[in-house]
Every structure is written in structure tokens, then in C-alpha cells.
Design a protein around this ligand. Structure first.
Ligand SMILES: Cc1ncc(COP(=O)(O)O)c(C=O)c1O
Length: 384
């Protein structure tokens, strides 16, 4: 039983596997780089996939959707291309190492200033007063918002935070790794400048796919991370300004994008709100079921505003040992440890314990799976 969907979703819909297979066997041509049917077909897949992603992420135009390697690649593109020496960044203790590590490295070179906002360990919410105060202290060039924590699952009120940031003159980067494909993300309405997401999590595409959405006009302020052939304006030695090619140097991962194309088409046909409601009910059942176990510490708050993540610790047991027993004795695959979010575990008081156990159901998790997971954790708790 796979309960590690927050890491990467599994299984994928059959149509995703078929699309990758078809692309490899019959048409993994270089999109935008030839004059034959294979390249036209590849181009169509890429263009349609941008359109589906724009729809799912609330992006006004598909040309604002850039394909990347993963969410980390999207985040690095913004950090490296947007920030200069002396710029101040506001990030938070909810952030993943894909935010924390690039920012840490950039304190040295090119010399940026990074200030951190903490969150409330009970509600899982960013401290908005502290956020507003930090915005007023000194000018901020970029605010990084993690839409939903990959440890607690708590969804943040990003519209409210984004409007505050915009009012203070800061640009907003949303890390939607744990929400894209799960809930209706509204990049335009929430006034987000940059949106980073993985294609292989809630969007149900293959590993090795990611997306960066860039607000129209901001490409003038964002240097590409990589320069090279784009299949466009090939007579020029200059990197083209044209979106989205400015940020897509080198051949695209066509088999991956073919899979993501099928996945996003599948999500749109199923209807995102329906998928979300069903997944949400299962996560709530898991959360409430686990809460009945004596000596359990739940890190996921009791609220409707969570994505498909439930994290916990058992009082007298190491989280990695619990995950090992779940795997070896109950055939339940999950993840234990820091989940690449060390500061979140410091705030939650679970750092010294080595993190927590995280169960993350997905769209193909059944009610029976949820019941079995509750029974398995109950049995482990009873025997420790
Ligand atoms: C909140 C968050 N941000 C960023 C990432 C990085 O995603 P990727 O591995 O696709 O780069 C993850 C992955 O788990 C995540 O949970």
C-alpha cells in the first residue's frame, strides 16, 4: 500500500504510462526542432500540456508556463535569475530545503539577506503579524510562500499573504509543490509573480517534470538559469526574450511531458474539485482515526485546510523504526525523517526526535487502505 504520495504520486493513471510508452516507441521527437510530422506531434503535445497546466494553475496565458526538471529547478531559476547582491528575501520555517539551501548558498554569493518567518506549531499557520512587521522593517525584493507544508499538510492563506507582500512592493514566489493538482491554485487572482510546482506529485505526471509560471512582463527582470538552443530565433547569438522559450534551453523531456500532458488532461476530465473532495475525505478519516490512538502526537492540525498529508510520532518509538515496521510487517510504504524541512521540525519540536512519520494518501488510495493504515499504526502503538 503506497502512502508516500507527498514524495511522488503512485500509481499514475494508466493513460500516463501509455503516453510515456507511446512517446518513447513512436514519437519522442524534438519539439520545435524539425520539419517532419514527429516534431509537429511533439509540438502539439507540449503546447496542449502548457494549456492544461495554465488552466489548473490559474495562469492567464499558456506562454507563461515554462517546463523545468522539477520544483527545485523552478525555484532555483527564480532565486538565481531574480535576486542580486544586497536584495532582501523573506522565507519561512515551513520551507523545504529546495528553498532553504539555495537561499543559504546565496547569502555568500551574490550576497543576499534572508529573513525567516516562523509559524504556529499548533495551527500550522504562518504568523501574519510577524510577516506584516517584517515587510515594513526594510524593503523586501522577494517573498517565498510555501503553499502547503510537506510536513503538516497545512494550507496557508496565500492570497492574504501575497496581497500584503505586493502592497509592500515585494514580488511573490509560491512553492506549490504540495498543492498543484490537489486544489485549484489561482496564480493570477492571488497576484502571484512566480509559481513553482512539480509535475510528478499532485499533477500525476512522471518524475523529471516540473513547471515554473511567470507573471507577464516579469521576464524582463528574470535572467534564465541556462542559455542555449531553444528551436526559435536560431539566427541570433542572443538568448531570445520570447516566452516561454527564454527559459527552455536544450531539448525538452518529451516522454515526461507526454506523460504530464495525459495526466493533466485526465485531471481536467475527472474534475479537480471532485478528485479533491474524495481525497480530502480520506485524509480527514485518516487524521481522525489516528487521533484515537493513545500516545500519538499529531503534527497535522484538525482543520479542513490541509492537503493529503498526516504526520505523527508515537511517544516511545523512533519514527524511522515505525516506518520500517509499517513497510515490513504491514506492507505500507510511507516516509519518516525530516522530509527535507529541518526548520519546520524545529518549530514543531520534533527535530530532536529525528522528524516524524508521514502518511500521504493519493487519488488512488481507497477507504480500505485508510482503515488498514489506522489499524497498523494502532497495532504498533500497542506493542511499543
Ligand atoms: C514543499 C516542497 N517544495 C519543493 C519540493 C521539491 O520538489 P522536487 O523534488 O520536484 O524538486 C518538495 C518535494 O517534496 C516539497 O514538498
Amino acid at each position: 500500500m503506497y502512502l508516500d504520495n507527498a514524495a511522488t504520486t503512485f500509481p499514475k493513471p494508466d493513460c500516463v504510462c501509455d503516453a510515456v510508452d507511446r512517446s518513447m516507441r513512436f514519437g519522442a521527437a524534438a519539439a520545435g526542432r524539425g520539419n517532419h510530422q514527429g516534431t509537429y506531434d511533439a509540438d502539439r503535445i507540449v503546447t496542449e500540456c502548457r494549456r492544461y497546466l495554465a488552466k489548473l494553475l490559474g495562469v492567464p496565458s499558456p506562454s507563461q508556463v515554462v517546463f523545468t526538471l522539477n520544483c527545485t529547478d523552478s525555484l532555483n531559476t527564480v532565486f538565481r535569475g531574480f535576486l542580486n547582491h544586497g536584495d532582501r528575501v523573506l522565507a519561512s520555517c515551513l520551507d523545504h530545503n529546495s528553498v532553504l539551501r539555495p537561499l543559504q548558498a546565496m547569502k555568500e554569493q551574490p550576497g543576499i539577506i534572508v529573513d525567516m518567518i516562523d509559524f504556529d506549531p499548533v495551527s500550522g499557520l504562518i504568523d501574519i503579524d510577524m510577516f506584516a512587521r517584517e515587510l515594513q522593517k526594510q524593503p523586501v525584493r522577494l517573498v517565498v510562500l510555501t503553499h502547503a507544508s510537506n510536513v503538516t499538510g497545512r494550507i496557508q492563506p496565500v492570497r492574504e499573504l501575497s496581497l500584503l507582500a505586493q502592497a509592500a512592493g515585494a514580488a511573490v514566489l509560491l512553492d506549490a509543490a504540495q498543492t498543484a493538482g490537489h486544489i485549484a491554485v489561482q496564480m493570477h487572482d492571488w497576484q502571484i509573480d512566480f509559481l513553482a510546482a512539480a509535475g510528478h506529485k499532485g499533477l500525476l505526471g512522471p518524475l523529471g517534470t516540473g513547471v515554473l509560471c511567470i507573471r507577464k512582463g516579469l521576464e524582463n527582470q528574470l535572467q534564465p538559469l541556462r542559455f542555449g538552443g531553444t528551436g526559435t530565433a536560431s539566427e541570433s547569438l542572443e538568448q531570445p526574450n520570447e516566452m516561454p522559450y527564454r527559459y527552455e534551453s536544450g531539448n525538452l523531456n518529451l516522454p515526461g511531458i507526454a506523460g504530464l500532458h495525459a495526466a493533466t488532461d485526465w485531471i481536467l476530465k475527472q474534475s479537480l474539485p471532485e478528485l479533491h473532495t474524495a481525497a480530502h475525505q480520506r485524509t480527514q478519516r485518516l487524521l481522525h482515526g489516528l487521533s484515537e490512538i493513545p500516545n500519538i502526537q499529531l503534527l497535522t492540525p484538525f482543520t479542513d485546510e490541509i492537503t493529503g498529508i498526516v504526520s505523527f510520532n508515537l511517544a516511545f518509538q523512533d519514527c524511522r523504526e515505525v516506518a520500517l515496521i509499517l513497510d515490513q510487517s504491514f506492507d505500507i510504504q510511507c516516509r519518516a525523517g525530516f522530509h527535507c524541512a529541518p526548520l519546520a521540525h524545529q518549530t514543531l519540536g520534533t527535530f530532536e526526535r529525528g522528524g516524524s512519520v508521514r502518511l500521504s494518501p493519493g487519488v488512488f488510495t481507497s477507504d480500505e487502505h485508510i482503515q488498514q493504515a489506522i489499524e497498523a499504526v494502532t497495532a504498533i502503538a500497542e506493542h511499543c
